[in-house]
Design a protein around this ligand. Structure first.
Ligand code: MRU
Length: 365
């Protein structure tokens, strides 16, 4: 996607041929900052501190983290250590483990002196694939938006609600939930996006709104609790969200608050779609509520907010009493029964084991 006319991916290898460029997403929406990762430890910190975030992007960053580790020390011990450090950074999104497993497995038989080159090649492959996959998700989701546009009689924009940021900043390019929206907008279909602010880190307000504004897509920011009201009043045609881990029976784990949107959508007959690359499917588990580890983050993400003052200064302020404790669960699980369909790179399927296996027969038991 373009930022001020310059095409960017969210992660790249710099001109020096080895350091890894990223967008520091803690700067948005007020500052567009790029920075470099030069060690595996810096890559791990970038994932943990959410300088990069979003399931596919943390997978890609993990892969480059292994490449940086191999550049420093290509031994078996260093490979094992780097894997352990990186995989611990964020527990919920399965893409991280998926990418690390893929790179580690490919590197193990390679002689140490060739490992760094092989790791960079694999990380680049993961990034290129992600771009293709997200573009394909966009094409499949575009069909849904076209159909909705035809159904509502072309008299008004198609109103889509999304939660968190599942746009290009969460991936390498395009995004998952936002890819169909970009494709529809580019095809001249009028779309309007309701953007949940997504407390506590405000990925909707700071990232999704920034992405949509940069691309010229009409959107409106809403507080997290507004979705149900909008749905009751016919103001949402459908919801599309991303996911950090999807089980083989189609339960989806996504940013905290997604489940409540799915419940409201069900109660109001609003279709609720989830867009995902197949790297987000954890084929080893079925019951998302019981089996997916839910990340718990720092209390300060809830009790302290940051923003820009009228004078242009970025400041942090505490919004809760000093003595108040906070709980900060990062994700929740939406059971498959609340999901109208899964939009994948191979097409759209019911949120069920049969549905997923019909698109990915290589995972049939
Ligand atoms: O905590 P984050 O910002 O990494 O969470 C991101 C999300 O929940 C996204 O919706 C999800 O990763 C899907 S992104 C394609």
């Amino acid at each position: 996607m373009k930022v001020n006319g310059v095409a960017y991916r969210t992660i790249w290898v710099n001109d020096d041929g080895w350091s890894v460029g990223i967008i520091d997403q803690t700067g948005q929406p007020h500052r567009f900052i790029t920075t470099s990762l030069t060690t595996m430890e810096e890559a791990a910190h970038a994932i943990k501190a959410m300088i990069v975030r979003g399931a596919p992007l943390i997978g890609a960053t993990g892969a480059y983290g292994l490449a940086l580790a191999m550049r420093h020390d290509p031994s078996d011990a260093a490979l094992a250590r780097a894997y352990e450090v990186l995989v611990e950074t964020r527990p919920t999104a399965i893409n991280l483990r998926w990418a690390l497993d893929r790179v580690r497995k490919a590197l193990e038989p390679v002689v140490p002196k060739d490992r760094a080159t092989a790791a960079y090649r694999l990380a680049a492959e993961i990034c290129d694939e992600d771009v293709e996959v997200c573009s394909s998700i966009g094409n499949h989701g575009l069909g849904l938006i076209q159909a909705m546009h035809a159904e509502i009689g072309r008299s008004r924009p198609v109103n889509i609600l999304t939660h968190c940021n599942a746009g290009w900043l969460a991936c390498v390019d395009w995004g998952t939930a936002l890819a169909p929206i970009y494709k529809a907008h580019d095809a001249g279909i009028p779309v309007h996006v309701w953007v949940d602010e997504t407390r506590p880190r405000n990925q909707g307000a700071s990232l999704t709104a920034w992405e949509l504004a940069s691309h010229g897509v009409p959107h409106t920011l809403i507080v997290d609790n507004a979705g149900g009201h909008l749905m009751q009043h016919g103001m949402v045609d459908f919801c599309i969200v991303g996911t950090d881990r999807t089980t083989r029976r189609g339960d989806v784990c996504n940013k905290i608050g997604t489940y409540l949107k799915a419940l409201a959508a069900k109660d109001n007959g609003v279709p609720f779609y989830v867009a995902l690359p197949s790297s987000t499917i954890d084929w080893t588990i079925a019951d998302g509520v019981r089996e997916i580890p839910i990340e718990e983050r720092a209390e300060s993400e809830v009790t302290v907010m940051s923003g820009k003052t009228a004078g242009g200064e970025i400041v942090s302020v505490r919004v809760a009493p000093d003595a108040t404790r906070a709980a900060n669960y990062g994700f929740d699980v939406t059971p498959a029964r609340l999901v109208s369909g899964l939009i994948t790179e191979r097409g759209i399927c019911p949120a069920s084991e049969a549905g997923l296996v019909s698109l990915f027969p290589e995972h049939a038991l």
